[in-house]
Design a protein around this ligand. Structure first.
Ligand SMILES: C[S@@+](CC[C@H](N)C(=O)[O-])C[C@H]1O[C@@H](n2cnc3c(N)ncnc32)[C@H](O)[C@@H]1O
Length: 393
């Protein structure tokens, strides 16, 4: 079958689908793209032409906030129709990935052990790790087993499902070799702090290290650390990095309070983590980022954008995942002002900046100084449009 969507790069621990499994991956990604380009955009017209007149007739006014907007939109058959497809697509995506991984766990586990023989970097799993309850209590974005599941001390399942699954979750609109987010971070860094080059850096909430492993090429002399809560995610991340020949020190740690000394890092990055953390954990993580940065060090983050300034219909589309895709913290995150968020952790307001990025079909970001006027429907369900924010300590 001809496909315009490339497959993720086949490093030694990447799961390999059968013909039919790949046909399914391709179908799912193409249907997601079709929904984004040809179905979601009509929802706004449905609101203006059908829902709003009906609500105005009934209530004497238009919906007053994002919650009321969701209620009235979810009564609308067109919205119910695309919502059902979006939710089913997500379940199909993970079910397919779980099936792909399940029939080659033995090979992937062997690849994990092979990577451990003469590692460039390191892996530290904490046998007494206490999983944060906000992670443990949910299979985030309906991924079976979430980030937290690890059955034994060689389990790589969650990582294998996530690595390949995240690529198709993003409709294949990313560099098949990974590193799309890292390169976006790097351009922002070059723009804001020309010539900055860290001696030591941390990737907080690294998942399977798809972005972490791009940094050794961007900063060849930098000591690179990466943390996450998921043991199976980290085992996979470590093996993946080793098979790619990238030196990274992975450790299982809660980003809310890491074991790194104060003032230890020159650069801390965190991509796409805060929308998946409880409000308290997000504050704690940012406070720890502030603590471990040396004075003059830089914190650099990206995530789902602040939604409060957008029209209510855009806010409804932006926050859909919170209610229908097991993303319970998404809505509160889109209501948090990023400058306030960083200032609360200790950063000087005068040093905090925000920027916006728009990802094209090849996974490259164009950066803007101002928020978008409205959110393109590609913002629904993923990191199509993101907000960068950061500060020097
Ligand atoms: C969407 S993924 C991040 C993607 C990753 N940064 C990248 O660039 O590919 C969110 C990750 O944050 C991790 N995470 C959530 N809460 C955390 C915490 N308190 N400490 C460390 N990692 C955390 C999750 O386990 C998950 O792997």
């Amino acid at each position: 079958m001809q496909s315009s969507i490339p497959q993720p790069y086949r490093h030694a621990i990447m799961p390999v689908p059968s013909h039919d499994e790949h046909a399914r991956e391709d179908f799912i990604a193409h249907l997601k793209i079709h929904m984004t380009d040809h179905v979601y955009p009509f929802d706004e017209a449905i609101y203006e032409q059908r829902v709003k007149p009906r609500v105005v007739k009934e209530l004497g006014r238009a919906p007053k906030d994002c919650d009321e907007m969701r209620k009235v939109m979810m009564d609308e058959p067109f919205t119910q129709f695309w919502s059902a497809i979006a939710r089913n697509l997500q379940d199909m995506l993970w079910a397919n990935q779980a099936e792909i991984v399940a029939h080659q766990v033995t090979r992937l586990t062997a690849a994990y052990h092979a990577a451990r023989k003469q590692p460039l970097g390191s892996l530290t799993i904490d046998s007494n790790f206490k999983m944060p309850s906000y992670i443990d209590n949910i299979d985030i974005h309906r991924m079976p087993g979430g980030y937290q599941t690890s059955f034994d001390d060689e389990d790589i399942f969650a990582g294998a499902v996530y690595d390949r699954g995240a690529f198709y979750y993003g409709k294949g609109r990313a560099d098949p070799k990974g590193g799309t987010g890292a390169r976006a971070f790097h351009s922002v860094l070059q723009l804001r702090y020309p010539g900055f080059s860290p001696k030591r850096m941390l990737d907080s909430g690294c998942s399977t290290g798809g972005n972490t492993t791009a940094w050794p090429d961007l900063f060849p002399d930098t000591e690179i650390h990466a943390i996450d809560v998921g043991a199976a995610m980290l085992r996979y991340a470590h093996a993946r990095a080793e098979h790619l020949g990238k030196k990274v020190h992975f450790s299982q740690q809660n980003g809310e309070r890491t074991n790194f000394p104060d003032n230890y890092f020159d650069l801390v990055i965190s991509g796409g983590v805060f929308h998946e953390t409880s409000r308290r954990a997000a504050d704690n993580m940012m406070a720890d980022i502030f603590r471990v940065l040396r004075p003059g060090g830089i914190a650099l983050c990206y995530d789902i954008p602040y939604g409060g300034d957008y029209p209510l219909h855009s806010q409804f589309m932006l926050n859909w995942d919170c209610y229908y895709n097991a993303e319970p913290f998404w809505r509160q995150w889109t209501a948090i002002n990023r400058t306030d968020f960083m200032a609360k952790a200790g950063f000087d307001r005068a040093n905090i900046w925000e920027a916006w990025g728009d990802r094209d079909e090849h996974g490259r970001y164009t950066l803007f100084d101002k928020p978008f006027d409205a959110l393109h429907p590609s913002a629904r369900g993923g990191l199509g449009r993101v907000q960068f924010f950061g500060a020097m300590k």
